[in-house]
Design a protein around this ligand. Structure first.
Ligand code: AMP
Length: 578
């Protein structure tokens, strides 16, 4: 890798249009509700569109997928691939990412008629072969599966013009270094290569050195925010799976009962969808985004400034410059794509010396973004557990008690006393009061379905798990053993990274059978659908292997591995008896 030339100047506040993307791509982004490029996109798109190689340091959640997918699509002529070839190859560490990235490329390239195929272990191979035979524009593959196809000759790389290594550090952690080398050496010399990684350890720098040609390095420089510039805001994050985000938001709104709140989403589409969901669940929410006319926006802002409890669901662009003094809460429905956006968002509350509240919903994969934000702001964001149904009931009782107290103090109860008097001959006065409260509560709950749904607690994903090594007895690296070697279940309550109980599986094939950590990770992630970052320490012995997995998933993983082959053979899998 030679010294990087300075990146081409990115326009100030660029739009997707001004970056020179094809109209079909700009339209697709607009249909998805993207209002402006994220910082990594603004920095990476110009050099990639100009055909340069790129080394991008960016974590999940920064918008890096579009940063490499849009140039790749711009350079494609859809539908021109010969049988068993592809024009672009994206390598990713896990099956989940292969599916996610394929889906994203498909969405961005829909108007171009681009064909995308995800390839990962555990898929029925016949289907993959049929699609490959027709020739596909973009293949998104895990290294192991890509290599399988290369060896079979069912995937050929002679026509590849673009190669992307996504989450390269994770691919190395998973033991895919040799596979990557083998795949890259089979691609044409004159290809364009982009490498994205959340971190830049020497091993990544070495890969970049060998396989990138005069790459432009892109890392969003983050200015540390001065302490005095940070508002007084209580900052809390909740880690929740995507499917439970709306329920979590509802629970938090119930428990926090904001005076007025802005809920930030990344895209217009999300703003519209969330507004509809919240209104359907009994809240009064208004949308605010760049796709609305000025008149519509003014009306919404006026309502929020003047009325009682209200929720505004907004994109960053639309809320820019908005000043609403009575905002008690800012909610990040998604972690913002850049720390700067977080600082701007939460700065809307905590005005005029009052303490504001900032709540951030984090998907398990996005915890690294949270750490970035903490680094930039120099402030801690407490990771808390979502209030349970019992917490919610307690909170409602507390609110009822305080409203009752206010009503009792305000008096003017005479017109209703006669109702109580009539019933008092028949019922206990205590029961009458409780029945009145029940009526009140039922009417408040009307239209708010699913309020008492239990919401699962999730561990944020650990920082880079170590692979291919054996950890200390009873503790998986990264799984934070507590005293006595047990995973520390108390960590979650203290806001540290929560963990899970670990079970060690014994697998009846080891080094002599050619077993590698990547085979086990690939099989467990591919066959049992376990996110690879939840796999703990792996030990490869001569004739057996040991792998640590979360206890709740152990039986499912055993069943899945029994159904499949490892290094071409059926193997015995059971819980390790030590
Ligand atoms: P990624 O880091 O590529 O996984 O992207 C994280 C999330 O940000 C995905 O849900 C994308 O759909 C979304 N996203 C990417 N680019 C933008 C953008 N320019 N505006 C709004 N959302 C975006």
């Amino acid at each position: 890798m030679k010294a990087s030339p300075p990146p081409p100047e990115a326009p100030v506040n660029p739009t997707f249009d001004s970056l020179g993307l094809k109209p079909a791509l700009v339209e697709a982004l607009s249909a998805l509700g993207y209002e402006e490029p994220t910082p990594i996109q603004a920095a990476a798109l110009p050099p990639l569109l100009a055909g340069k190689d790129l080394l991008g340091i960016a974590a999940t959640g920064t918008g890096k997928t579009a940063a490499f997918a849009l140039p790749l699509l711009q350079h494609l002529t859809a539908g021109k691939s010969r049988p068993n070839t592809t024009a672009a190859l994206v390598l990713v560490p896990t099956r989940e990412l292969a599916m996610q990235v394929s889906e994203a490329i498909h969405r961005y390239g829909q108007k171009l008629g681009v064909t995308v195929l995800p390839l990962y272990g555990g898929q029925v191979i016949g289907q993959q072969l049929r699609v490959l035979k027709r020739g596909v524009d973009v293949v998104v593959a895990t290294p192991g599966r890509a290599l399988d196809h290369l060896r079979r000759g069912t995937l050929q790389l002679d026509d590849v013009r673009t190669v992307v290594l996504d989450e390269a550090d994770e691919m190395l952690d998973m033991g895919f270094a040799d596979d990557l080398e083998a795949i890259l050496s089979g691609t044409p010399e004159n290809r364009q290569t982009a490498l994205f990684s959340a971190t830049l350890p020497p091993r990544i720098a070495a890969i970049a050195e060998r396989h990138l040609r005069e790459p432009v390095r892109v890392k969003i420089a983050r200015e540390k925010v001065e302490q005095g510039e940070m508002p007084r805001v209580r900052q809390t994050a909740y880690v929740v799976p995507r499917a439970f985000k709306i329920a979590t938001l509802g629970r938090l709104l119930d428990v926090e009962s904001p005076t007025a709140a802005i809920i930030f989403c990344r895209t217009r589409t999300e703003v519209d969808d969330l507004t509809v969901s919240l209104n359907g669940r009994g809240w009064r929410a208004h949308a605010l985004h760049g796709g609305m006319t000025q008149e519509q926006r003014d009306r919404v802002i006026k309502q929020l400034k003047s009325q009682g409890t209200d929720l505004l669901v907004a994109t960053d662009v639309a809320a820019r410059g908005l000043d609403i003094p009575r905002l008690s809460h800012v909610v990040n429905f998604d972690v913002p794509n850049a720390p700067e956006a977080y600082v701007h968002r939460i700065g809307r509350t905590g005005r005029a010396g009052r303490e504001g509240v900032a709540i951030t919903l984090v998907e398990p994969r996005e915890h690294r973004l949270l750490r970035n934000i903490e680094r930039v702001t120099g402030q801690r964001i407490e990771v808390s557990t979502v209030p349970t149904v019992a917490d919610l009931r307690e909170k409602r009782k507390e609110m009822l008690r305080s409203s009752l107290r206010e009503t009792l103090v305000a008096g003017e109860l005479d017109p209703l006393r006669s109702v109580v008097e009539d019933l008092a001959s028949e019922f206990d006065a205590m029961d009458i009061a409780a029945a009145a409260l029940k009526l009140l509560q039922d009417s408040q709950d009307e239209g708010r379905e699913g309020k008492e749904e239990e919401i699962p607690t999730v561990a944020p994903q650990k920082d880079r798990p170590e692979r291919g090594k054996f950890g200390p007895p009873g503790g998986a690296p990264g799984a934070r053993p507590g005293p006595g070697g047990r995973p520390d279940r108390g960590a979650k309550a203290r806001g540290g990274p929560p963990s899970w109980d670990i079970t060690r599986l014994w697998i009846g094939a080891g080094r002599r059978a050619g077993m590698r950590p990547a085979d086990l990770v690939g099989a467990i992630a591919g066959e049992a659908g376990l996110d690879s970052s939840r796999i703990g320490a792996i030990q490869i012995g001569d004739s057996f292997s040991l792998v640590e997995v979360p206890e709740p998933d152990a039986n499912r993983i055993i069943a899945a591995l029994k159904e499949t082959t490892l290094r071409g053979k059926k193997v015995i899998v059971r819980k390790d008896k030590g």
